[in-house]
Design a protein around this ligand. Structure first.
Ligand code: SAH
Length: 380
């Protein structure tokens, strides 16, 4: 990849200029240093072509000093906007659509939000593309639901990019860096896109989590399910399940799957995804994963296998304590932050588990982030 002109101001990629093989060996060493004490670390699974892997692209709208409309990203650790027209890790179609949207915003005279004056209307655009289906979701984030010229704007955008299958207007009138507000209005299409992973079809709504690198996600999920070594007799808990991806993929090899997820919109997607794939042995509930574990134990339900995929902060005491009490025969821990993973593995190994396998997966080339899957089994 040519050296990016936005490095280092953008802050998205920390490993710009580092050859890919070297990025992989650096990540391998990092995981070995943090987790090698628990079990041998398998060689990291890298990408054949590490460019343009991101299926989700965000841009903030701003005005430059000449009050021209720019789109880009927040300068690392600040509110200043670094204009970015093309990014080496973003999906190229998404980047092209953002440029079109910017042009249309200009020609439709739509007021761009000015953070310093707290005036204007349009703040962000968020795009997601299903790499397998080609469907594109456009989420425009603005301070009010009043969209001047809405129908003409969408008609023109769709004429230029027929791949766009849905357009959503999200309302965010709060000051601060959080992109999405609480309310959304579907302006065109169904309000979600679909994608395919490991032969299943998934619907994804704007605020639901979906892995950003689908090529590597398939490797990640296959590893996780292989580690679980399901026989068809197990009750599987998919904790922090998002739209149900891992659990639904595992469901064909399990007796039943129970998924827990905090984000209500993602849970709705998960339930719809079970239906979409004709899966009848998977149930999903909204709530905190730890509290759900405690509740399951009270009801006398004991999972045989726990698949867990918490956010960067890792799991918490309530969950880990309930997990040790439930004592499933296998725990498959999927983590996007090796530091919190190491912390949680310490608790689990002190509580009677042994780490059997550690597999790093490079989900985020050019950044310093690494995904890791671990298999733990009970020593008793
Ligand atoms: N396994 C899914 C999602 C992983 S991301 C996938 O691979 O796509 C982590 C998920 O945990 C997010 O969907 C987030 O909303 C959810 N989450 C965060 N805190 C949680 C909690 N305390 N209890 C349950 N889910 C939580």
């Amino acid at each position: 990849m040519d050296r990016c002109p936005h490095f280092p101001a953008c802050g998205g990629c920390q490993l710009q200029g580092v050859p890919y093989a070297q990025q992989l060996s650096g990540k391998q060493r990092h995981i070995e240093a943090l987790l090698g004490g628990f079990a041998p670390v398998a060689p990291i699974l890298g990408m054949k072509d590490p460019r343009h892997y991101r299926n989700k692209v965000h841009a903030v709208f701003a005005l430059d000093q000449q009050r021209h409309i720019v789109t880009g990203t927040y300068r690392f650790g600040s509110h200043a906007v670094v204009p970015v027209d093309a990014c080496g890790i973003n999906d190229e179609l998404c980047d092209a659509i953002i440029l079109t949207i910017r042009r249309l915003v200009q020609s439709f005279h739509l007021p761009v939000y000015d953070e310093s004056r707290r005036s204007g209307w349009l703040r962000h655009v968020l795009l997601r593309r299903g790499f397998a289906t080609g469907q594109v979701m456009v989420v425009l984030v603005a301070v009010s639901p009043h969209f001047r010229g809405q129908n003409d704007f969408i008609r023109e955008l769709r004429r230029l990019h027929g791949e766009i299958s849905t357009v959503v207007l999200n309302i965010n009138d709060r000051f601060g860096p959080v992109v999405l507000g609480k309310t959304s209005k579907v302006l065109y299409g169904s309000g979600y896109i679909e994608d395919t992973l490991c032969s299943l079809r998934f619907r994804i709504s704007p605020s639901s989590f979906y892995q950003v690198n689908p090529v590597q996600t398939e490797k990640l999920y296959r590893t996780a399910i292989e580690f679980a070594a399901l026989t068809g007799r197990e009750t599987v808990l998919d904790a922090y399940c998002g739209i149900g991806t891992i659990g639904l993929i595992a469901s064909t090899k399990a007796k039943q799957v129970i998924g827990v997820e905090l984000n209500g919109e993602a849970v709705k997607d998960a339930i719809a995804n079970a239906k979409l794939n004709g899966i009848k042995n998977a149930w999903f509930t909204a709530g905190d994963a730890g509290e759900a574990m405690v509740h399951m134990a009270r009801e006398g339900q004991r999972p045989d296998v726990v698949l867990m995929d918490p956010p960067r902060a890792g799991s918490d005491e309530t969950f880990l304590r309930a997990l040790l009490k439930a004592a499933p025969k296998a725990v498959v821990y999927v983590s996007c932050c090796a530091e919190t993973l190491a912390r949680d593995l310490k608790t689990l190994t002190a509580g009677g588990y042994r780490v059997r396998q550690v597999q790093p997966v490079d989900m985020f080339p050019f950044t310093e982030h690494v995904e890791t899957v671990c298999l733990l089994t009970h020593t008793g």
